[in-house]
Design a protein around this ligand. Structure first.
Ligand code: AP5
Ligand code: ZN
Length: 216
């Protein structure tokens, strides 16, 4: 099964990715997480990506395509994958279609999580993530059990640097200009599965699982 999670910053892609991946037994792959890990480890990839991410801009297509292809070559993708945050531009989508065709694969569905922009700013400013495992929390809607400590791994909860309000607004503009055109692209390909992301987390999850099951 080959799935893509599409949606603006804060739509809930990361929140849904782990569960959806476990449900369909495919690895969730977040390009944002790969870059954040590279920045933390100060690798050459991290050094290249950091300035774009800090500003809320997109990392250049060539760099992103390279890391996605490398990640998809790993053995855990034998049964498929769930991509979170890729593709994010039309050139990325076109290049990815070509890559899949060369491998004799096709996408199963593109899950489009829809949420109003006003809600997104609120979600991102209240978001906290685990420094160690990346688990996602929210100060109001998804609180940790022990203040400041991850429920899953006891890691410290921190705020993402690009969740500062001015950066969030830029990310939303970048999404509208460069990523939103993918909705039409995948709708025309007959792959789009749109889900209302303003519902409670469990309802969004159910809507995704039901929608995907209807397509396989
Ligand atoms: P990335 O890490 O992909 O960030 P993003 O797309 O901006 O998405 P977010 O992680 O901010 O949001 P999300 O949809 O995962 O929401 P979440 O589940 O956390 O990318 C970061 C950067 O990396 C980019 O800006 C770019 O620089 C670079 N990059 C990455 N991929 C790239 C690519 N392909 N090309 C170029 N550059 C790339 O939820 C948000 C909050 O809301 C949480 O607090 C959560 O608890 C809460 N929440 C979630 N669902 C609900 C709900 N249903 N109800 C109430 N609260 C909810
Ligand atoms: Zn953790």
């Amino acid at each position: 099964m080959q799935l893509i999670l599409l949606g603006p910053p804060g739509a809930g892609k990361g929140t849904q990715a782990a569960r959806i991946g476990a449900e369909f037994k495919i690895p969730p792959i977040s390009t944002g997480d790969i870059f954040r890990e590279a920045i933390k480890k100060k690798t050459p990839l991290g050094e290249q990506a950091e300035r774009y991410m800090k500003a809320g801009e997109l990392v250049p297509d060539e760099l992103v395509l390279g890391i996605v292809k490398e990640r998809l070559a790993a053995p855990d993708t034998a049964q498929g994958f769930l991509l979170d945050g890729f593709p994010r531009t039309l050139p990325q989508a076109v290049a990815f279609d070509r890559y899949l065709a060369e491998k004799g694969q096709a996408l199963t569905a593109v899950i489009n999580i829809e949420v109003d922009p006003e809600i997104l700013v609120e979600r991102l400013s209240g978001r906290r993530i685990c420094r160690d495992c990346g688990a996602v929390y929210h100060v109001v809607t998804k609180k940790e059990r022990q203040p400041g400590v991850c429920d899953l791994c006891q890691g410290q909860l921190i705020q993402r640097e690009d969740d500062a309000e001015a950066t969030v607004r830029n990310r939303l503009t970048v999404y509208a200009q460069q990523t939103a055109p993918l909705i039409k692209y995948y709708r025309e390909a007959g792959l789009l599965l749109t889900v209302d992301g303003a519902q409670p987390i469990d309802d969004v999850y159910q809507a995704i699982v039901t929608g995907v099951r209807q397509r396989v």
